[in-house]
Write a protein of this length. Structure first.
Length: 411
């Protein structure tokens, strides 16, 4: 077996050169980059590069050399025996034959051992070089500046009240390119610490508020399905939603889900329906985004025990959040998240919930009516906050002017 270094500008060219110079039966011991070229150490059996006649010729030459060497050894032994007889020193024949038969194997064993020692030494040298290369790569990775998304992650942690040691731990995980599960666990623990998850909803009267297209109607039907029990049904009331087709859509979704739906055009009508069903059913009130500024006060005046919930898509933009956060007199029981299947990093919503001290309760992945609501946990949000997926860009926020405008009030 022989060792050989192959130099090539890249790995593909190196493989071609290895095949041309050493044949196919080779073992690559290392491949490292050195001075803008690849240095590849290979081990191969020299006989694989020679033809059958050449191998036979080499074997014959080796046999003749071995015979000549044996003849020389025998002559030396005979000469030694003759000298010993002249000096009257007895010599047995058996040792002579033993010495003659062991001479070649001992020499061959010695040569093989030396070759193996050389091979082991070169392999050890290459392994040490590979180890140094790995250490160098780690140092190079640690010396690289964090990406823009990683800097945003640290800034978002700081803005949502993360302690200094949490930010530093996250920085170290990013520096060391730790696995995603470790970073997700750190983010989930941070979300639990700031208390924005874990709100559970009980049967009662729930009013949903949100901007246009946030998914309020679908969420209302799904929430009614979740609150409905054998002993206590649930109904959905559409309040002052005069948008064309809105009432038809609600009735269609309700009939498919087995939920009774009603329409109330004013506060008096809403109050009458609620008084009829309050003692025997859970009630979900679907509102219109067109009258978002006046609806909460009207509902509160007609149904004092109503609890308000903000419907927020995870891909919501600044304008949508401001329309909700501007309701200063409204006390929100929880936030219901929609479109959780979107590949979006929802830090703006995390900031909104943190600064308003509002918890998330339920959420849905898509607008599919057949899909059930799920409880929003810290883990649900944390695996969307890690900036390693370029298909999930952060929600574009042009400015941070809403920092002091959050007016959520929590029950």
């Amino acid at each position: 077996m022989k060792l050989k270094r192959i130099y090539a500008p890249n790995t593909k060219t190196g493989i071609d050169r290895i095949t041309a110079q050493c044949g196919d039966n080779v073992m690559i011991l290392s491949n490292r980059r050195e001075d803008d070229q690849n240095v590849i150490l290979v081990a191969f059996d020299d006989c694989t590069t020679t033809s059958k006649p050449e191998q036979d010729k080499l074997a014959a030459n080796f046999a003749s050399i071995l015979n000549a060497r044996n003849s020389r050894l025998q002559n030396k032994l005979k000469k030694g025996t003759t000298q010993a007889s002249a000096q009257h020193v007895p010599m047995k024949a058996a040792p002579k034959a033993q010495t003659n038969t062991q001479a070649v194997p001992e020499s061959r064993t010695y040569d093989e051992g030396r070759v193996m020692q050389s091979l082991a030494s070169q392999i050890r040298e290459e392994l040490m070089s590979l180890k140094q290369e790995i250490v160098s790569l780690k140092r190079h990775r640690n010396s690289e500046p964090l990406s823009q998304l990683e800097h945003q992650l640290l800034a978002n942690l700081r803005e949502t009240g993360a302690a200094d040691h949490v930010i530093e731990e996250c920085r170290q995980l990013l520096d060391s390119a730790s696995d995603s599960q470790t970073i997700d666990s750190l983010l989930a623990e941070h979300l639990r610490q700031i208390g924005i998850t874990g709100k559970s909803l009980e049967p009662g009267i729930h009013a949903l508020l949100g901007s246009h297209g946030s998914g309020k109607t679908t969420m209302a039907i799904k929430l009614a399905q979740r609150l409905q029990t054998v002993d206590r049904p649930a109904i959905v009331i559409s309040y002052k939603d005069n948008k064309e087709g809105a009432w038809s859509v609600l009735r269609l979704l309700g009939s498919r889900a087995g939920i009774t739906t009603y329409q109330a055009q004013n506060a008096e009508c809403l109050k009458a329906i609620v008084e009829e069903y309050a003692d025997r059913a859970s009630i979900v009130i679907d509102t219109s985004s067109a009258t978002l500024d006046t609806t909460p006060a009207e509902i509160k005046g007609a149904v004092e025990q109503a609890k308000f919930h903000a419907v927020l898509p995870v891909d919501t933009y600044l304008g949508s959040m401001l329309s909700i956060s501007g309701l200063g007199s409204t006390r929100f029981e929880s936030a219901l998240l929609t479109r959780l299947d979107q590949k979006i990093v929802p830090w703006p919503i995390i900031k909104l919930l943190h600064r308003s001290q509002t918890k998330t309760s339920l959420g849905c992945m898509s607008s599919d009516p057949a899909e059930e609501l799920t409880q929003i946990t810290a883990q649900t949000l944390s695996n969307k906050l890690r900036p390693d997926d370029h298909e999930r860009p952060p929600i574009p926020v042009q400015n941070e002017s809403y920092d002091n405008e959050f007016a959520f009030q929590v029950c």
